[in-house]
Ligand binder design. Structure first.
Ligand code: GLY
Length: 377
């Protein structure tokens, strides 16, 4: 007998003796365990779309309204919210999404997106996609036409082109100018936190949003997330982004990560996020929010709980000495029975909603007052 197998058997015997032996449960026991979980939520017959604030516009049709109107006409919830985020992906003025999104450190726009469709329990995702302006539709095509969930990079683009998507230069004169300004600034932010032992020679340090605001250099880790429920209680979610600006080429954020950027469970609801993706990936925030809601926690409290978990799970360099984050992250949720919420770390953030009362911004729940927000010295 090999040493490792003997070790394994000895360790298993010790664990069994200590009462830690793995145990199988019967189907009846499993059913009894499931019965202890709160009952799945029931539809309240309400149509509702909830997402990030860039889903609402005063001067043109809002993404949340476009999605809501489609749901009212009986269209599928995922098709509706994908149409809702498409307007943002195609808007050259939104520098955090699709066409006009800020590029990576090489000046190349790389897009991420994911979606989930509650009724069919299906999902699709795409990462580091170049040259296609609607990654949310590519994510849905992966969901609809393949047995896979996640395609990335060069081959994701090949897939999109084969599916009939059209290639396009995603840089606009504005995003190109922003890139040139960033590149010309020797002290500007880069995502490197440590000098690597090679000749890549990263510059800068942590994401200094204040630094950019002061110098008028655009910077973003914005994104658009949208979640919807219809009167039948069917739920879907989608998130799409150009990711953190000036990122290391090939970086994929939270948006295309199922369970982080968005998540749907048709028995409970959906959740999604915008903001610092790395912090969200660490806690699988959208999945965690849906899990809290499954256990009966109200959507606002569920999102606040997730935000607290993010902070608890953050490295020291990302927090001030009182444990308050230097970064922004916002979560959004809708339940199968039509309740909804948004939450983030700092007071003042808004989220977009559209239901029978029409499209509007509502105020996110928060953990800290704006005055408590730390600024890097
Ligand atoms: N949440 C967008 C990103 O970090 O890429």
């Amino acid at each position: 007998m090999s040493t490792s197998r003997r070790d394994f058997l000895e360790r298993s015997a010790m664990l069994a003796a200590a009462g830690f032996a793995p145990r199988t449960i019967s189907f009846d026991e499993w059913e009894a365990e499931r019965a202890r979980v709160p009952a799945p939520l029931r539809s309240a017959g309400k149509n509702c779309v909830v997402g990030s604030a860039n889903g609402l516009h005063a001067d043109r049709p809002s993404g949340v309204k476009i999605a809501y109107d489609k749901i009212m006409k009986g269209e599928d919830t995922l098709d509706a919210i994908i149409a809702g985020v498409n307007t943002q992906e195609l808007d050259p003025e939104d520098n955090s999404v699709g066409y006009g999104g800020l590029p990576n450190a090489d000046g190349v726009v790389q897009l991420d997106a994911s979606c989930m469709h509650g009724p069919t329990k299906r999902a699709g995702a795409v990462g580091s996609l170049e040259g296609i302006d609607t990654p949310s539709k590519v994510a849905k095509a992966i969901m609809d036409y393949t047995d896979h969930i996640f395609l990335v990079g060069h081959d994701a683009k090949r897939f999109a082109l084969a599916m009939g998507f059209t290639e396009r230069d995603l840089l606009t004169p504005k995003s190109k100018a922003a890139f040139e300004k960033w590149k010309a600034d020797p002290k500007a932010y880069t995502p490197w936190v440590k000098q690597p032992p090679n000749r890549m020679r990263p510059r800068g340090g942590f994401d200094e949003q204040d630094y950019y605001e002061e110098r008028g250099i655009p910077w973003t880790h914005g994104t658009i997330n949208m979640n919807a429920v219809n009167a039948a209680g069917d739920v879907s979610s989608v998130t799409t982004t150009s990711g953190i600006s000036w990122k290391v080429p090939g970086r994929v954020g939270d948006s295309p990560v199922i369970g982080a950027g968005e998540y749907t469970d048709n028995t409970v609801g959906a959740a999604g996020s915008t903001g610092r993706g790395e912090s969200n990936i660490m806690v699988c925030g959208a999945f965690l929010a849906v899990e809290y809601m499954r256990q009966g926690v109200a959507p606002e409290q569920a999102l606040v709980n997730v935000m607290k978990r993010v902070i608890e799970h953050s490295e020291k360099r990302l927090l001030d000495d009182k444990g308050r984050p230097f970064f922004d992250l916002t979560f959004y949720a809708v339940t199968k029975d039509g309740r909804y919420a948004g939450a983030c770390a700092y007071e003042g953030a808004k989220y977009a909603v559209c239901d029978e009362k029409g499209p509007r911004l509502e105020t996110c729940a928060y953990l800290f007052k704006q005055a408590e927000r730390p600024r890097r010295g």
